[in-house]
Design a protein around this ligand. Sequence first.
Ligand SMILES: NC(=O)c1ccc[n+]([C@@H]2O[C@H](COP(=O)([O-])OP(=O)(O)OC[C@H]3O[C@@H](n4cnc5c(N)ncnc54)[C@H](O)[C@@H]3O)[C@@H](O)[C@H]2O)c1
Ligand SMILES: [Zn+2]
Ligand SMILES: [Zn+2]
Length: 382
Amino acid sequence: MRAMVYRGPYKIRVEEKDVPAIEHPNDAIVRVTLAAICGSDLHLYHGMMPDTRVGHTFGHEFIGVVDEVGSAVENLQVGDRVMVPFNVFCGRCYFCSRGLYSNCHNVNPNATAVGGIYGYSHTCGGYDGGQAEFVRVPFADVGPTKIPEWMDDEDAVLCTDALATGYFGAQLGDITQGDTVVVLGAGPVGLYAAKSSWFMGAGRVIVIDHLEYRLEKAKEFAHAETVNFAEEGDVVLLMKQMTDWLGADVVIDAVGAEADGNLLQHVTSAKLKLQGGSPIALNWAIDGVRKGGTVAVVGAYGPIFSAVKFGDAVNKGLTLRMNQCPVKRQWPRLFEHIRNGHLKPNDIVTHRIPLEDIADGYHMFAAKLDGIIKPLVVVGAA
Ligand SMILES: NC(=O)c1ccc[n+]([C@@H]2O[C@H](COP(=O)([O-])OP(=O)(O)OC[C@H]3O[C@@H](n4cnc5c(N)ncnc54)[C@H](O)[C@@H]3O)[C@@H](O)[C@H]2O)c1
Ligand SMILES: [Zn+2]
Ligand SMILES: [Zn+2]
């Protein structure tokens, strides 16, 4: 089969690989039709994620058609169109039974903090991902779901991570009626978090980024007020100014550890590797939220992290909530919002890239070229 393959930082190729085989009676093999590149894939692409091995196939957002099922699989049949959440999870352990699918205890022998994620290095279990013609899907009765008849393929693939994660960010914010919500980051996750904040009762939504074309999308898609931090001397001061000097009720960090906005932070983290990434967005969140407010973190951070203003978080009495998104838990609500027309996920898709050209897709998405917001990867016929 043809598959995206990692060859080292900034080196992506499409190569011939063996079609994956059933390894366990609960496995299915899915023939991928549509995939996507996520902001999280950029951390792999930049070589920031430990134990990303040469030869690994990325891709944790994908949909496809069931090609083969193991002998124990009951809920799926060959030919079913399925959407697969980015989490690999067993559905039965202590954590899964509490809905913490992203923290499943049975799927990742390499780490105890994080569960399994398709195509996300051996730190996240070493499962090959869906930027390929075929993918092995473990626990096939647990994660994958038949795509509802009425749902577009593009909307379905966006539900497998970006949309579910943005929605989850707004849920973690514990938004109450009339709250002012600040969303840091106008990438796909931030745009969906901003849009979802209205569903949860926000009275005001402000999106902050430095890419003007993405802020335009935040106005149009999420009806948000916007701030371009590159044009502001002090973003935190501005957040206070915009909120009667109290701070926002809720701040959602949809940026993560590769944040821009402070040269010194950038040099000590990304360049000198003295810190495990830049905490600048998280620190803006802690400083910009009001006392007693909530900071929701869905941006990705590595295990070792420093220079977070934790003392200020304590002294302000903040609630900090965070996780990798337990994707399938969000689906029933999301499906309703999509079906009744409150939400059209593929409104933010800007690029549809054939699998053979995926290296260009990574380059464009990483360098934020050509007005890119969300790139889909077209793999095979539906
Ligand atoms: N928790 C999860 O389950 C989960 C799932 C998907 C993605 N993620 C993470 O969410 C983050 C966003 O993903 P994405 O696909 O939207 O990525 P993206 O790279 O397209 O978007 C990130 C945006 O943040 C902006 N930005 C950079 N520094 C900033 C700052 N200091 N303040 C405000 N904005 C800033 C960038 O300009 C960019 O528009 C990534 O860290 C990704 O790894 C987490
Ligand atoms: Zn992702
Ligand atoms: Zn589990």
